[in-house]
Design a protein around this ligand. Structure first.
Ligand SMILES: Nc1ncnc2c1ncn2[C@@H]1O[C@H](COP(=O)(O)OP(=O)(O)OP(=O)(O)O)[C@@H](O)[C@H]1O
Ligand SMILES: [Mg+2]
Length: 212
Protein backbone atom coordinates (compact mmCIF):
# COMPACT_ATOMS: atom_id res chain seq x y z
CA UNK A 1 0.00 0.00 0.00
CA UNK A 2 1.76 3.08 -1.29
CA UNK A 3 0.51 6.58 -0.45
CA UNK A 4 2.34 9.28 -2.34
CA UNK A 5 3.01 12.61 -0.65
CA UNK A 6 5.27 14.55 -3.01
CA UNK A 7 7.83 14.29 -5.78
CA UNK A 8 11.38 14.71 -4.47
CA UNK A 9 13.38 14.54 -7.65
CA UNK A 10 12.89 14.31 -11.39
CA UNK A 11 16.21 13.26 -12.83
CA UNK A 12 17.70 12.05 -16.06
CA UNK A 13 17.12 8.42 -15.10
CA UNK A 14 14.60 8.28 -12.32
CA UNK A 15 11.69 10.03 -10.65
CA UNK A 16 11.78 9.78 -6.87
CA UNK A 17 8.71 10.49 -4.76
CA UNK A 18 8.17 10.45 -1.01
CA UNK A 19 5.25 8.77 0.70
CA UNK A 20 4.35 5.94 3.05
CA UNK A 21 4.32 2.21 2.53
CA UNK A 22 2.50 0.11 5.13
CA UNK A 23 2.65 3.16 7.37
CA UNK A 24 6.40 3.48 7.00
CA UNK A 25 8.17 6.54 5.56
CA UNK A 26 9.43 5.45 2.17
CA UNK A 27 10.43 6.63 -1.29
CA UNK A 28 9.41 5.27 -4.67
CA UNK A 29 12.18 5.33 -7.25
CA UNK A 30 10.77 4.86 -10.71
CA UNK A 31 12.91 4.51 -13.80
CA UNK A 32 11.39 6.44 -16.68
CA UNK A 33 11.82 5.22 -20.27
CA UNK A 34 14.33 7.39 -22.09
CA UNK A 35 13.13 8.52 -25.51
CA UNK A 36 16.66 9.10 -26.77
CA UNK A 37 17.62 5.46 -26.17
CA UNK A 38 16.54 2.54 -28.28
CA UNK A 39 13.64 0.86 -26.39
CA UNK A 40 15.39 -2.53 -26.17
CA UNK A 41 18.61 -1.00 -24.92
CA UNK A 42 16.67 1.20 -22.53
CA UNK A 43 14.83 -1.77 -21.03
CA UNK A 44 18.04 -3.74 -20.72
CA UNK A 45 19.90 -0.88 -19.01
CA UNK A 46 16.98 -0.22 -16.66
CA UNK A 47 16.80 -3.86 -15.59
CA UNK A 48 20.54 -4.12 -15.22
CA UNK A 49 20.80 -1.01 -13.03
CA UNK A 50 17.84 -1.96 -10.89
CA UNK A 51 19.18 -5.46 -10.37
CA UNK A 52 22.57 -4.15 -9.34
CA UNK A 53 21.03 -1.58 -7.03
CA UNK A 54 18.81 -4.22 -5.38
CA UNK A 55 21.71 -6.64 -4.92
CA UNK A 56 23.95 -3.98 -3.45
CA UNK A 57 21.26 -2.66 -1.11
CA UNK A 58 20.51 -6.09 0.34
CA UNK A 59 24.21 -6.80 0.75
CA UNK A 60 24.72 -3.49 2.54
CA UNK A 61 21.70 -4.05 4.70
CA UNK A 62 23.16 -7.32 5.94
CA UNK A 63 26.38 -5.63 6.94
CA UNK A 64 24.54 -2.78 8.69
CA UNK A 65 25.90 -0.16 6.31
CA UNK A 66 24.14 3.24 6.25
CA UNK A 67 22.01 3.00 3.10
CA UNK A 68 18.26 2.65 2.40
CA UNK A 69 16.65 -0.73 2.85
CA UNK A 70 14.89 -2.29 -0.09
CA UNK A 71 11.19 -2.69 0.73
CA UNK A 72 9.79 -3.88 -2.59
CA UNK A 73 10.78 -4.01 -6.24
CA UNK A 74 9.30 -4.69 -9.68
CA UNK A 75 12.08 -4.88 -12.23
CA UNK A 76 9.70 -5.35 -15.18
CA UNK A 77 7.77 -2.22 -14.30
CA UNK A 78 10.94 -0.38 -13.37
CA UNK A 79 10.33 0.72 -9.79
CA UNK A 80 11.65 0.08 -6.31
CA UNK A 81 10.45 1.09 -2.89
CA UNK A 82 13.13 2.15 -0.42
CA UNK A 83 13.10 3.23 3.20
CA UNK A 84 13.25 7.01 3.40
CA UNK A 85 16.53 8.55 4.49
CA UNK A 86 16.01 11.71 6.52
CA UNK A 87 17.94 14.87 5.81
CA UNK A 88 19.20 16.25 2.52
CA UNK A 89 22.04 15.68 0.09
CA UNK A 90 25.51 16.67 1.34
CA UNK A 91 25.71 18.83 -1.80
CA UNK A 92 23.16 21.22 -0.28
CA UNK A 93 24.67 21.22 3.21
CA UNK A 94 28.11 22.10 1.79
CA UNK A 95 26.55 24.84 -0.32
CA UNK A 96 25.11 26.70 2.66
CA UNK A 97 28.09 25.89 4.90
CA UNK A 98 26.11 23.85 7.42
CA UNK A 99 28.60 21.11 6.55
CA UNK A 100 32.35 21.48 6.06
CA UNK A 101 35.62 19.57 6.18
CA UNK A 102 34.61 17.53 9.24
CA UNK A 103 31.67 16.07 7.31
CA UNK A 104 33.75 15.59 4.16
CA UNK A 105 36.30 13.63 6.19
CA UNK A 106 33.54 11.49 7.62
CA UNK A 107 32.21 10.93 4.10
CA UNK A 108 35.69 9.66 3.16
CA UNK A 109 35.44 7.14 6.00
CA UNK A 110 32.02 6.01 4.78
CA UNK A 111 33.45 5.39 1.31
CA UNK A 112 36.23 3.29 2.78
CA UNK A 113 33.67 1.19 4.66
CA UNK A 114 31.69 0.75 1.45
CA UNK A 115 34.83 -0.39 -0.37
CA UNK A 116 35.71 -2.75 2.47
CA UNK A 117 32.32 -4.39 2.13
CA UNK A 118 33.27 -5.27 -1.44
CA UNK A 119 31.28 -2.64 -3.32
CA UNK A 120 32.23 0.32 -5.52
CA UNK A 121 29.65 3.08 -5.94
CA UNK A 122 30.13 4.25 -9.53
CA UNK A 123 28.54 7.71 -9.14
CA UNK A 124 30.11 9.16 -6.05
CA UNK A 125 29.01 12.79 -6.00
CA UNK A 126 27.78 14.85 -3.06
CA UNK A 127 24.24 14.44 -4.46
CA UNK A 128 24.35 10.75 -3.60
CA UNK A 129 25.09 11.05 0.11
CA UNK A 130 22.42 12.21 2.53
CA UNK A 131 23.15 14.01 5.80
CA UNK A 132 20.64 14.48 8.60
CA UNK A 133 20.38 17.04 11.40
CA UNK A 134 22.62 15.03 13.70
CA UNK A 135 25.30 14.86 10.98
CA UNK A 136 24.70 11.15 10.26
CA UNK A 137 25.36 10.20 6.64
CA UNK A 138 23.90 7.53 4.35
CA UNK A 139 24.79 6.60 0.80
CA UNK A 140 22.15 6.26 -1.92
CA UNK A 141 21.91 5.58 -5.67
CA UNK A 142 23.70 2.28 -6.35
CA UNK A 143 22.60 1.73 -9.97
CA UNK A 144 26.19 2.01 -11.25
CA UNK A 145 27.78 0.02 -8.43
CA UNK A 146 29.90 -3.08 -8.75
CA UNK A 147 30.15 -6.03 -6.43
CA UNK A 148 33.70 -7.38 -6.12
CA UNK A 149 35.13 -4.34 -7.95
CA UNK A 150 38.63 -4.08 -9.32
CA UNK A 151 41.00 -1.59 -7.69
CA UNK A 152 40.47 0.65 -10.75
CA UNK A 153 36.79 1.08 -9.81
CA UNK A 154 37.71 1.98 -6.25
CA UNK A 155 40.22 4.53 -7.51
CA UNK A 156 37.60 5.87 -9.92
CA UNK A 157 35.16 6.42 -7.05
CA UNK A 158 37.73 8.71 -5.42
CA UNK A 159 38.38 10.45 -8.74
CA UNK A 160 34.66 11.12 -9.38
CA UNK A 161 34.39 12.61 -5.90
CA UNK A 162 37.59 14.59 -6.41
CA UNK A 163 36.08 16.15 -9.53
CA UNK A 164 32.82 16.88 -7.73
CA UNK A 165 34.56 18.51 -4.75
CA UNK A 166 36.81 20.57 -7.01
CA UNK A 167 34.09 21.67 -9.42
CA UNK A 168 31.09 22.16 -7.13
CA UNK A 169 32.53 22.89 -3.69
CA UNK A 170 35.65 24.96 -4.27
CA UNK A 171 34.72 27.25 -1.37
CA UNK A 172 35.72 24.35 0.90
CA UNK A 173 39.49 24.53 0.57
CA UNK A 174 41.19 21.26 1.38
CA UNK A 175 38.07 19.12 0.88
CA UNK A 176 39.84 16.51 -1.25
CA UNK A 177 42.58 16.09 1.38
CA UNK A 178 39.95 15.82 4.12
CA UNK A 179 38.13 13.12 2.14
CA UNK A 180 41.35 11.16 1.59
CA UNK A 181 42.26 11.60 5.24
CA UNK A 182 38.92 10.08 6.27
CA UNK A 183 39.33 7.28 3.74
CA UNK A 184 42.77 6.42 5.11
CA UNK A 185 41.69 6.61 8.76
CA UNK A 186 38.87 4.12 8.22
CA UNK A 187 41.19 1.41 6.87
CA UNK A 188 40.63 -1.69 8.95
CA UNK A 189 42.94 -4.01 7.09
CA UNK A 190 40.88 -5.18 4.09
CA UNK A 191 42.47 -5.71 0.69
CA UNK A 192 43.24 -3.62 -1.27
CA UNK A 193 44.41 -1.24 1.46
CA UNK A 194 43.37 2.41 1.57
CA UNK A 195 46.94 3.36 0.64
CA UNK A 196 46.80 1.14 -2.46
CA UNK A 197 43.45 2.61 -3.56
CA UNK A 198 44.73 6.16 -3.04
CA UNK A 199 47.83 5.28 -5.03
CA UNK A 200 45.59 4.14 -7.90
CA UNK A 201 43.52 7.31 -7.54
CA UNK A 202 46.72 9.36 -7.92
CA UNK A 203 47.54 7.50 -11.12
CA UNK A 204 44.02 8.13 -12.49
CA UNK A 205 44.19 11.77 -11.41
CA UNK A 206 47.49 12.39 -13.19
CA UNK A 207 46.23 10.55 -16.28
CA UNK A 208 43.23 12.91 -16.39
CA UNK A 209 45.43 15.97 -15.86
CA UNK A 210 47.77 14.87 -18.61
CA UNK A 211 44.97 14.46 -21.13
CA UNK A 212 43.11 17.70 -20.38
N1 LIG B 1 15.96 6.52 0.13
C1 LIG B 1 15.86 7.83 -0.05
N2 LIG B 1 15.45 8.63 0.96
C2 LIG B 1 15.35 9.97 0.77
N3 LIG B 1 15.59 10.61 -0.38
C3 LIG B 1 16.00 9.87 -1.43
C4 LIG B 1 16.16 8.45 -1.32
N4 LIG B 1 16.55 7.99 -2.53
C5 LIG B 1 16.64 9.06 -3.33
N5 LIG B 1 16.31 10.21 -2.69
C6 LIG B 1 16.29 11.58 -3.25
O1 LIG B 1 16.10 11.50 -4.65
C7 LIG B 1 17.25 11.97 -5.36
C8 LIG B 1 17.51 11.08 -6.57
O2 LIG B 1 17.68 9.73 -6.17
P1 LIG B 1 18.83 8.83 -6.79
O3 LIG B 1 20.14 9.53 -6.64
O4 LIG B 1 18.72 7.48 -6.21
O5 LIG B 1 18.38 8.79 -8.31
P2 LIG B 1 19.27 9.07 -9.60
O6 LIG B 1 19.53 7.76 -10.22
O7 LIG B 1 20.42 9.95 -9.25
O8 LIG B 1 18.37 9.86 -10.55
P3 LIG B 1 19.00 10.68 -11.77
O9 LIG B 1 20.31 10.00 -12.16
O10 LIG B 1 17.95 10.56 -12.78
O11 LIG B 1 19.22 12.08 -11.26
C9 LIG B 1 18.37 11.95 -4.34
O12 LIG B 1 19.38 12.90 -4.63
C10 LIG B 1 17.63 12.26 -3.04
O13 LIG B 1 17.43 13.65 -2.90
MG1 LIG C 1 21.66 10.34 -7.72
Amino acid sequence: MWFEECVLHIGAEATVSAGTWLGRRAVLKKREPRAYRHPDLDRRLTRQRMNVEARVLSRLQKSGFAAPSLLDIDVEEGWMLLSRIEGRPLFEALRDDSAGLVEVKEFGGLIRRLHESGVSHGDLTTHNVMIDETGAMSLIDFGLSRIAPEIEHLGLDLQVLNECLTASHHQHQGAVDAMLDGYRSADSGAEPSAAEVIERFDVIRSRVRYHS
